[in-house]
Design a protein around this ligand. Structure first.
Ligand code: UD1
Length: 431
């Protein structure tokens, strides 16, 4: 057993609203673990009070050790600045491992800066895929997964995606979903709280839309506002600063203000937003986290996108993708509003929790055994690591040996040797 120090240093790199919320249980677990010294680094990608500080305060998270004040910019300039600032900070801190989460520019830059310094990276929410390379988030996820040495998959599907991509089974951990942790942990608090009635009046539907593909094109944004105006119920929209900025730039504020059933409000703190979703009849969103939360709270969700990196939410019947036709948002929403809440069956929660503790315990174990980093390859004596595909069953406990062959057209054929059932199965090509 390799043991260097009494405590391992874990640096958390985060900078946006969803990263604070989704890393909450991991940060808490790190804080109380007696063998861990956590270092919290906020990149400042989100800097408005309502997008960052409010969550740190209400979730009683500790003071951040660093605030890098990177702010907004084009993808290239924001990422470049993130890399420069993170490199300086990580060189100073020399942590044993860096934790990043999800799919933001902060995630990708954190993983890149650390891995180039030879610091092992643990990616939480690894393996989520929308398979849509037009989304900056998909590029960020793929990059972070490719260079991380420890991959914490939040679901079985995410774990299988990683194994299909050829990540070694030793590096993929089925950790559960950190959103379950925070939703469960705050449920009592939500029961006892009341929404501020001066801001939030009567409403039926909650909307959050901020993704580049929905708000950066005038036509699409206009279509979405028109779609909201045709909903047969009152709509409340805690608006992301990016969306507000685009509405103003495109001169769409008059349209919003003339839409009598739609009310824009400032972004809310986490507990109020959860309570709002819990009490609403429908949630309309393009956010990944909100799809997960709505399904966990049992409120029907409509996603204003063509794809999702959370397919489980659709499979359990809690989420429906409206696709590129904005009027589907209206159609699907009105269908739910016409059904009474009592006849609408709550979908089950497809995710498992206790992820924060599981992630920290796994990291401590890997540190104690000297296995945080990736092993260095050895190609002496003509050895070469041929591509292998190592999969696991959906319970992730069976181990498969795989081999690769090529057909006469040069296409790869993967043979999976199911060692448990002692047979070879040919894996169909993924569509
Ligand atoms: C980022 C993530 C996205 C995530 C979202 C959650 C990337 C590429 N995108 O998107 O995956 O779902 O966070 O909110 O990392 N702005 C402010 N105040 C703030 C933050 C942003 O005014 O506190 C405005 C700025 O005008 C900025 C725009 O929002 O230009 C976009 O901010 P940015 O951090 O680039 O991405 P998000 O759209 O927030």
């Amino acid at each position: 057993m390799i043991m260097k120090k009494n405590k391992m240093k874990i640096s958390f790199v985060l900078g946006t609203r969803p990263e604070i919320i989704k890393l909450y249980s991991v940060m808490k677990a790190a804080e109380v673990h007696k063998m861990v010294t956590p270092i919290f680094i906020h990149t400042g990608q989100h800097y408005d009070f309502e997008m960052s500080q409010v969550f740190l305060e209400e979730l009683k998270l500790p003071e951040f050790h660093y605030f890098l004040d990177v702010k907004s910019g084009s993808h290239a300039s924001q990422t470049a600045l993130l890399l420069v600032e993170l490199e300086k900070t990580l060189m100073k801190e020399q942590p044993d491992v860096v934790i990043v989460l999800g799919d933001t520019n902060t995630t990708m830059a954190g993983a890149l800066a650390a891995s180039k310094l030879g610091i092992p990276v643990a990616h939480v929410e690894a393996g989520c895929r929308s398979f849509d390379m037009a989304m900056p988030e998909e590029i960020n996820r793929l990059t972070a997964d490719a260079i991380s040495s420890i991959l914490f998959a939040p679901s079985e599907v995410a774990a299988l995606n990683l194994l299909y991509e050829g990540h070694s089974q030793d590096r993929v951990f089925f950790s559960g979903n950190t959103v379950v942790d925070i939703v469960e942990e705050t449920s009592e608090l939500r029961k006892s709280m009341k929404l501020d009635s001066t801001i939030i009046e009567e409403y039926d539907v909650v909307v959050t839309i901020h993704r580049q593909e929905n708000v950066d094109h005038e036509k699409r944004l206009r279509e979405l506002i028109v779609a909201l105006s045709e909903i047969g119920g009152k709509v409340i929209f805690p608006i992301h600063p990016r969306t507000r900025k685009r509405i103003e730039e495109f001169g769409l504020m008059d349209l919003v203000e003339s839409t009598t059933n739609l009310k824009l409000i400032k972004p809310l703190n986490f507990l109020s937003f959860m309570k709002l979703m819990e009490e609403s009849k429908v949630v309309i969103t393009d956010s990944g986290g909100v799809q997960e939360e709505a399904v966990m709270l049992g409120t029907p969700c409509i996603t204003a996108r063509d794809t999702t990196e959370w397919p489980e939410t659709v499979w359990v019947g809690g989420n429906r993708l409206a696709g590129s036709n904005a009027m589907n948002v209206t159609k699907f929403c009105n269908e739910v509003l016409l059904r009474s809440k009592t006849t609408t069956k709550k979908s089950m929660n497809p995710f498992k929790g206790n992820a924060g503790t599981s992630i920290i315990n796994t990291l401590v174990e890997l540190w104690q055994t000297g296995n945080l980093g990736l092993p260095r390859p050895d190609m002496s004596d003509g050895k070469y690591p041929l591509p292998t595909l190592q999969g696991k069953s959906h319970q992730l406990e069976k181990v498969y040996q795989t081999s690769l062959e090529f057909d006469k057209n040069g296409n790869a054929i993967i043979n999976r040797d199911d060692s448990v059932n002692n047979k070879v199965v040919r894996i169909p090509k993924r569509k």
